[in-house]
Design a protein around this ligand. Structure first.
Ligand SMILES: NC(=O)c1ccc[n+]([C@@H]2O[C@H](COP(=O)([O-])OP(=O)(O)OC[C@H]3O[C@@H](n4cnc5c(N)ncnc54)[C@H](OP(=O)(O)O)[C@@H]3O)[C@@H](O)[C@H]2O)c1
Length: 306
């Protein structure tokens, strides 16, 4: 396995798509996660190894990196549930640990998956942790490539599935007036880009922002999903301060349906910026939500069928 790439978070939504793209390009992969599992699509001959690793644990990360030529960190933590599962432990210390140990192990290429909008001055502790995580990765592995996707969608995703669930309500509450601009990007397009970046070609930039073919307002996306599902619902603007109040009320619940960070994430636009690497630098033409929706979400008329 001399050409192996370790994918931390390789069982996740994006991580598993990255694993599939790397294997499809003929290179071996090591999936590293706390509960690693061989993907259902992988035949017996697919060059996939499993490593049990927690980015909060030094020894397990070092083992997962042994003998690998490249590494990807696609680990996520979206909500803090108490104990050691904090944004700082996973996105700052954990990301920094992977970077430092990758450098020590002589790994040639490291890709960190972050997110558009990472900012140390954000009011969101999640967004601040992503920005501090980028800094700790650069400190540990100066040549690391940082990839910031916009909101990801695909079959069995969280984004479209949540909108489909929301569309069952008699009215659809919008975040503010629904004017926030997003650039939804197909998970397979991002995975293709990351697989390319783990290869031997020199990257065009140390920082990539990856968005889909088209920018939409949140309102336009909701309308598109409703039309696809064949549902007509009134869209009701709900001010952000009310969403924040709802998130505060939901906070004591064991699995809150909404967190303050999720509300804060919906306030600024989430689109590809200037002076960053993009899909164009990788010769990849990203697809739009419009063209991909039929492959990602069952129309409502077929949802109930077995
Ligand atoms: N989804 C989006 O719309 C979106 C948009 C922009 C950026 N991103 C970024 O893309 C990355 C991947 O997100 P995703 O949605 O694909 O995540 P996901 O589906 O929640 O998968 C998370 C992965 O991380 C692993 N993991 C979690 N905690 C870990 C730990 N302490 N140590 C080792 N592995 C751990 C999980 O496996 P185990 O539980 O078995 O450990 C799983 O493989 C994240 O950085 C996320 O912020 C996502």
């Amino acid at each position: 396995m001399g050409n192996t790439t370790t994918v931390f978070g390789g069982t996740g939504f994006l991580g598993s798509a990255i694993v599939q793209q790397i294997v499809a390009s003929g290179r071996p992969v090591r999936i590293a996660a706390r509960h690693p599992a061989r993907p259902a699509w992988a035949g017996d001959d697919a060059a996939i190894e499993l490593a049990t690793a927690d980015v909060r644990d030094e020894a397990s990360v070092a083992r997962a990196l042994e003998g690998t030529v490249a590494a990807v960190n696609a680990v996520s933590l979206y909500t803090e549930s108490g104990g050691n599962d904090t944004f700082h432990a996973v996105h700052v210390e954990g990301a920094g640990r992977v970077a430092r140990l990758a450098q020590d192990a002589g790994v040639r290429r490291l890709v960190l998956i972050s997110g558009i909008g990472a900012d140390t001055a954000s009011p969101s502790s999640y967004v601040r942790a992503r920005a501090h995580g980028e800094q700790s990765v650069r400190a540990g592995f100066p040549d690391a490539i940082i990839v910031r996707p916009s909101v990801l969608f695909g079959p069995q995703d969280a984004f479209l599935s949540n909108l489909a669930r929301l569309s069952q309500l008699p009215v659809i509450p919008l975040f503010g007036r629904g004017d926030t601009r997003l650039q939804p990007v197909l998970v397979d397009d991002v995975a293709k880009a990351v697989a390319h970046l783990t290869g031997s070609a020199d990257p065009a930039s140390p920082l990539f922002e990856l968005g889909g073919a088209q920018v939409y307002t949140y309102r336009e996306i909701v309308k598109q999903v409703l039309a696809h599902l064949g549902r007509r619902r009134p869209l009701i603007p709900v001010p952000f301060f009310l969403w924040r109040a709802l998130a505060a009320l939901a906070r004591p619940l064991p699995n809150p349906p909404l967190t303050r960070d999720q509300v804060l994430l919906m306030q600024p636009d989430n689109v590809v910026g200037d002076e960053v690497g993009t899909f164009a630098d990788l010769d990849i033409t990203p697809r739009s939500l419009e063209e991909s929706l039929p492959h990602c979400l069952e129309p409502a008329s077929r949802e109930a069928k077995p």
